[in-house]
Design a protein around this ligand. Sequence first.
Ligand code: CU
Length: 355
Amino acid sequence: MTFPKIMHGNQDLFFNLKVQTNPMAKLIFPFVFLIAFLIYGYDDAFSEKTITIPFGAYNPELNTPAKTWYEPSLISVEIGEKVTWVNKDKEAHTITSGKGSGRFGWMSNEFGESDGYFDSGRFMPNESWSFAFDKKGMFTYYCTIHPWMEGTILVQRGIPDYPTDGLGNRIEKFPAIQFTADRAIEADLTWEPNVIKTHEKIRFIYQFYDTVTDRNLSKMSYDFVLVQDGKEVYRDSGKTEIGGDFRDYAFDSSGPVLVRFEKIQGDARESAEGRTLGGDIQRPEQRTVEFSTIIHDNPDMAFHEKVQTKPAQRLELYYDLMMVIIAVPVVLFVSLIFLMKRKSKPSSTKSSSPV
Ligand SMILES: [Cu+2]
């Protein structure tokens, strides 16, 4: 379990101060949630799959509550994963690899053909039988007693339970860190879930740091780019806010992916960092960092999540708002003192010059 580096040093003092003010708190709480999720939200990648033989499977007429002979009749598992069949019918059945007779084949004395990969033998009502698949492929099976009962198991390459880079090397800890070519900026990147599957919402969370001062750099503009098979599948420009920034994305296809940040720079007008890290960058390619990882096929084929979102609200507006809220009273207060001093001066000269 790795703890994400969201804040550096005195940054969290600033963070806490901001949380106490109401509109800011509303926006920062999702970030706090996010951090909590990162720490506790590890989900188990490996689980055992169960297939039920429903009541009525013994009857090929389909006039029983059974809608399929094996429920579900098609599932996808990973290599090494165990599948358990539970007999909820009133008769004994078998799980035998090979080809069944089809719905009506039994009428013409076809009883299916076993291929010898696996065979449960007869197992009785309320009993179960398990098999761990050790090779990739599509495997059909049937019941030797009721050959119209057919099912299919799709066995896919295993998904590691740890994150890797694009070459399959294990990423030991998050955030992953990269530096720009000019060594001016450190980019920290975490993604959740750590192991990425297709059709599932992935959250990329990142921060930029000044390599000299180790300060968290807010208000840095950048392009966030995802590249798969040499093609850009997503591009969005953004600006880091307090504590960093994030993007959500769901991948359609599996394979290696590049997560790239381009043209990372500050705004010269806005901050001291801006002057050193922003302004006129001669060669924007010097301000690119690239991370890589692998997208795995989602074994849950019924699952589709279409997400391509970015933070709904920008903190920037609130920065400006805070500036007004703080700056206006300060200016008023200072000018009030100034006015009082000016008023007191002429009155003193008046009284001291009666002649
Ligand atoms: Cu059977």
